[in-house]
Design a protein around this ligand. Structure first.
Ligand code: MN
Length: 285
């Protein structure tokens, strides 16, 4: 099933080119009081929401997809966890290009570990990526995004996919330069999640998905998640050996070779097999 958030915090089921507005399904969510839970309430209660949404869909208004503004399918992730250089050919291109590494030490992912992006960087496909410091190089990175569905710590690789709620396309936008990775990748709008959440039952194997991004119609990155150095179960095991994973946490799994600059006015179109396609405009902040 494909769930989206759109418009003024509406909630929908996506089928073909239509969104069924099932916002009322959110009424099943528990009332939240301060202090807020560590998990995103929608993702933590997705099974109950799904059941109610499926009932509501029978009489729900159908809206053409191109008429809605898509929001991030996860509103309140506790963490956005990201994998640096998790494709061998991307590691090679970074090491070979001073404009990519800027003298930073680039380690193999097993040595470098993972990093976090600010929650405030997150947008959906209906927003623009608004570049800060347009005098510097800003790059796109297309990545498979994994949304955690069940809390866990020290999760074994064999159980890892049981902790997944679903998958989205992630864009890990990046200013190149000498600063720490997390800082360069965390300005507002520098994490795009969308176009929707595909529940995990629709993707048996997250390790065999074609991914692609074009900029202004030109193919820039084209790869398959089978080329990941640490695969999705491995990333969940690795991440959860350092921190508890909560429902709604997002893991963006790393980008393949072909990263390249974008400038205001560019149009990025990102596609991942079995998830879909999202179009994201680039503008200046
Ligand atoms: Mn990345």
């Amino acid at each position: 099933m494909k769930f989206c958030r759109f418009g003024a915090d509406c909630f929908g089921i996506v089928e073909a080119n239509v969104v069924y507005d099932v916002t009322q399904a959110l009424d099943v969510l528990p009332q939240v009081r301060y202090p807020l839970p560590a998990s995103d309430p929608l993702i933590a209660n997705l099974d109950a929401v799904r059941e109610r949404a499926t009932q509501l869909k029978k009489h729900a208004p159908a809206i053409p997809l191109d008429k809605v503004r898509l929001l991030s399918p996860v509103a309140n992730p506790g963490k956005i966890i990201a994998a640096p250089v998790n494709y061998t050919k991307h590691l090679q291109e970074v090491l070979a290009d001073q404009h990519l590494h800027h003298g930073n030490m680039i380690n193999h992912i097993e040595k470098a570990g993972l990093f976090l992006k600010a929650g405030s960087s997150l947008i959906g496909a209906g927003d623009n990526v608004r570049l800060v410091y347009t005098d510097r190089r800003n790059d796109h990175e297309v990545e498979l995004a994994v949304v955690i569905g069940k809390c866990g710590r020290n999760i074994a690789r064999e159980q890892a996919l049981d902790h997944v709620a679903g998958y989205s396309i992630g864009l890990d936008m990046t200013i190149r330069g000498p600063e720490e990775r997390s800082f360069r990748k965390s300005p507002d709008t520098y994490t795009v999640l969308g176009p929707w959440l595909v529940t995990k039952d629709e993707i048996d194997n997250p390790g065999a998905l074609d991914l692609l991004i074009t900029v202004n119609g030109e193919v820039r990155q084209k790869a398959n998640t089978s080329d990941l150095i640490i695969d999705v179960p491995g990333l969940i095991a690795f991440a959860s050996s350092f921190y508890t994973l909560h429902a709604g946490d997002v893991i963006i799994t790393g980008t393949p070779e072909g990263v390249s600059p974008v400038v205001p006015g560019d149009t990025m179109v990102a596609t991942i097999e079995r998830i879909g396609t999202m179009t994201v405009q680039v503008s200046a902040a």
